[in-house]
Each structure stands twice: as structure tokens, then as C-alpha cells.
Design a protein around this ligand. Structure first.
Ligand SMILES: [Zn+2]
Length: 355
């Protein structure tokens, strides 16, 4: 009998409810590695966000995105799986790695892998090719796969993407003949994590919050869709995204966080509902926590301003952009003034007011 792919009660894919825990403190963690946080978040704005940043700063940023995601994926895999196991798997059962990657893609909303091919011996070295339909972000997907192949082969890898249809891409990876030079590991920001008291109504069978289970999880398409507005969601690590923004900021300066806030604000205004604002503090607290962005601790709102503190925040410019977008939409204004700061113990303060 085929393995049950979804929870019979709530319809969340088995791979997700077995691997992820929605905690009461506004974080989503990998159950086996509680330090590894995840987000359940709108994904179709990611490539749009990168495009927007390119437009504003006027230079291509593709290499920053791919490189940052590559390093995070590689570090993560090397931490989770001993390198000799990865090497053995790659040498003797490369198909297993590809099958696992396919399952992860489908359950996390990354898109549909249409075909994959692994050739260990070509003129250019080991080769891997996948065709993916509707990737959540082709740049992130490319970086994730590069990191995965480098961890498996212990070689420097190169990649190429070719669009082969409507939102369909061929990703090719080659492993070079030389092991990578010893590179410094990515510096990952430590998150001081506090406990919290969010009560989610949960599935009695798999424990996933019902607010999450309400989304349409479709393993056949590799998509997760919000049934209320049709937006696409994906489950991905905040560390990779923070690495992208940090690398851009180091190279291009302070304008990067503001650019991300602006791009996220525009997306939020287009896709979120005014009802999300009107529903009040408790609803907003759940919206933030369900996505894994932290826990709303204090909240103050009137027709002129919105102020909040959030504990356990991640990818802060996205949170600020989201808050700004919802506020402006609810107040029917085109722009607003914002300030944010983060304390040493990791508390985010956001203040947004009419101009
Ligand atoms: Zn369930």
C-alpha cells in the first residue's frame, strides 16, 4: 500500500508534519534540529523582490542571491549529515539524494520537479540536471541545489539555468575536478529565542496548527496556495534570506534594508486584506506566528500610527515591510514613515505613522 502522503485529518503533507513544529513562541523549527528555524511565508514575491532591488540599485544581484543560498545550503547539509555519508550516498546511490530533493521540493512548495538526471562521469566532471516547473524562486532554487551538490561531491560546482517553457527551467550543475578551497563558514546570526504563549487550534492527529492546514497543499504541483487570495506560499529557512540581504548590504550599503522594506510593502499592499488589520491584535499575532516571524508582544494602533514590539523576529526588513503595507492599506494612504530598532536581547520595535 502506498504511504499516506497527507495527514488524513487536516491534509498537511506527512513530510511536513513529521519534520516541522509550530511552537508557541512564534517560531517554526525543524523538530530534529530545534535551532534551525523555518518560515511559512509568501514566496512569489521573492524573485520580484530581487528584481525590485536590481531596479532600484541598478546592478544585477543574481550572483549575491545564488552565492548566499549556496553557502547556507552547503553548511546546513554538512552539519546535518556526516560528510562521509553524503559522499557514500552520492557515490553509490545518487538517485536517493535526487529523490529526497524531489520530495522536499513538493512538500515545501518549491515547485514540481519534472525530470532529473545524474551523470557521475562526463568530460566536465559529475553532472546533474533537473527540470522544474513553477519554482518558488529560481534564484533560491539554484543556490540551494548548488550547495547540495557541493556538499555531496565535496567539489566546487558551477550551474546554468535555461528557461525551457512557461515558468519551466532546466537547471544544470557540474562538479569541478578540484575540491573547494577551505572557505570560511557563513556567519549565522544567533537568535536569542524566548518562550511564548500562543495557543493555536491544532490538528488532533498531526498537531499542525489548523490555520496552516487551511492552505491548499498540493504535492502533485509542488505548491502551497492560500485559498482566500490565491497567493503562493513556501517553507524556507530565514537564514538563507538573511544571508542574501546581509551580503547585499555589505557590498552596496544601507539602502538595502530600506529597499527590501519598500518592495515587501508593495507586495503586501497588493495581496493582504484590510480584514487582516480590522480583525485586531490577536489575529495579527497569529498571522505573524503562523509564518514563523516571531511573537507580537505589544501592540498599539489608531488612525494615525501603529507601534509594536516583536520577540524572536527574523528577516526584519520583511516584517517591517509587511506591517507598513497592512497599515497603509487599512488607512488608504500611499506612503508612511517608519522606524525600527532591535535591542540586544533581540526585541524588534516597529513604529509606523502617517506622514
Ligand atoms: Zn493533521
Amino acid at each position: 500500500m502506498a504511504k499516506q502522503r497527507y495527514c488524513e485529518e487536516c491534509g498537511v503533507p506527512r513530510l511536513l508534519y513529521r519534520e516541522l513544529t509550530w511552537r508557541t513562541n512564534g517560531t517554526i523549527i525543524e523538530t530534529k534540529d530545534p535551532e534551525h528555524r523555518m518560515l511559512f511565508s509568501e514566496s512569489e514575491n521573492l524573485d520580484g523582490l530581487f528584481d525590485e532591488i536590481e531596479k532600484i540599485i541598478g546592478i544585477p544581484i543574481e550572483k549575491f542571491v545564488i552565492e548566499s543560498k549556496r553557502r547556507v545550503a552547503k553548511d546546513y547539509l554538512e552539519k546535518m549529515i556526516p560528510s562521509f555519508v553524503l559522499r557514500l550516498l552520492y557515490t553509490f546511490r545518487p538517485g536517493l539524494i535526487v529523490d529526497r530533493m524531489t520530495l522536499i521540493c513538493e512538500a515545501h512548495g518549491y515547485g514540481k520537479i519534472q525530470s532529473s538526471e545524474v551523470c557521475k562521469h562526463t568530460e566536465r566532471g559529475a553532472y546533474q540536471a533537473t527540470v522544474i516547473d513553477h519554482p518558488y524562486s529560481i534564484l533560491c532554487y539554484r543556490g540551494d541545489n548548488l550547495g547540495g551538490m557541493e556538499a555531496s561531491t565535496r567539489r566546487d560546482c558551477t550551474s546554468r539555468v535555461t528557461e525551457v517553457g512557461d515558468d519551466k527551467y532546466l537547471l544544470e550543475l557540474w562538479a569541478g575536478n578540484h575540491p573547494p578551497e577551505l572557505k570560511e563558514r557563513m556567519k549565522v546570526r544567533e537568535y536569542p529565542v524566548e518562550e511564548g504563549n500562543i495557543e493555536f487550534k491544532r490538528c488532533s492527529r498531526c498537531d499542525t496548527p489548523l490555520a496552516v492546514a487551511a492552505y491548499d497543499f498540493n504535492l502533485d504541483d509542488g505548491t502551497i496556495i492560500n485559498p482566500e487570495n490565491g497567493t503562493r506560499m513556501a517553507i524556507f529557512g530565514p537564514v538563507g534570506l538573511e544571508a542574501v540581504f546581509t551580503a547585499l548590504e555589505e557590498e552596496l550599503g544601507d539602502m538595502i534594508p530600506e529597499t527590501v522594506i519598500e518592495a515587501q510593502k508593495r507586495y503586501t499592499r497588493e495581496h493582504f486584506r484590510v480584514e487582516d488589520w480590522v480583525a485586531g491584535e490577536e489575529h495579527l499575532r497569529r498571522m505573524i506566528a503562523m509564518r514563523g516571524y516571531g511573537i507580537l508582544k505589544s501592540y498599539e494602533a489608531d488612525l494615525e500610527h501603529f507601534a509594536a514590539t516583536i520577540h524572536n523576529p527574523v528577516v526584519i526588513p520583511l516584517i517591517v515591510g509587511m506591517a507598513k503595507g497592512i497599515f497603509e492599506k487599512a488607512m488608504k494612504i500611499d506612503s508612511s514613515v517608519h522606524e525600527w530598532s532591535i535591542s540586544e536581547d533581540g526585541e524588534l520595535r516597529v513604529n509606523i505613522r502617517k506622514e
